[in-house]
Design a protein. Sequence first.
Length: 256
Amino acid sequence: MSDYSHLAGHRLPGGSFTLSPHVAWLWADCAMSPPDPAAGHPTLGYLAAMQGCAVAYYLIHSMSDARGDFTRRDREAATIFGEAARAAGIERIIYLGGLGEDGTRLSQHLRSRHEVGALLGAAGVPVTEFRAAIIVGSGSVSFEMVRYLTERLPVMIAPKWVTTRIQPIHVLDVIAYLVAALATPESTGRIVEIGGSDVLTYGDMMRRYARIRGLVRKLLIVPVFTPRLSSYWVHIVTPIPASIARPLIDGLANEV
């Protein structure tokens, strides 16, 4: 992962950590660090961290609704980051958001992802916005949900969202796009959609994962499963809490 070391915003003690039993990531030493709370206003903390940088990556999304309105927190964070980038003389922000066609009935989760892209550039710093569907890789909440459900349930009573069509993309391909943007000035100020080439459903993805893992799995689709029930079900079966699963599941009805 050394080629992508400048995307690792914060090195953890010990040099490496494991996101799941399947993948261990090596985090390289980086100059970038989280904003210092002692700096006072959050903008000042980000400003200090951005000194000497030409490009800032924004890979943050709160999503959890456990502590109130996550869309409000997203707005505040994106606005502060954009203002700090302008004050620090950042030439461009590269942002990883989510796929979804504007003007359709997007979930609150996906609308927030799009809104963050607009707010990051509101202070005047040009933004390259990548929009991805489900990212296949350890640490991707959508993928972890699919993985845990498939690993733990031989017979799955599945909600209707398993029939939603998606274009998954591997995490290494996403990182390659993020890195390539540095040397592609034509991407400045543009929205770049990076869904994978295969179009399948969440159910197809579960079956494909099971086949690769050598598992036998059956899906029984029950359309009456509400998002609230689905989030509690995910909370019980996987390590993903209902507070995160609920806004995520609300967005699984959107084709991305």
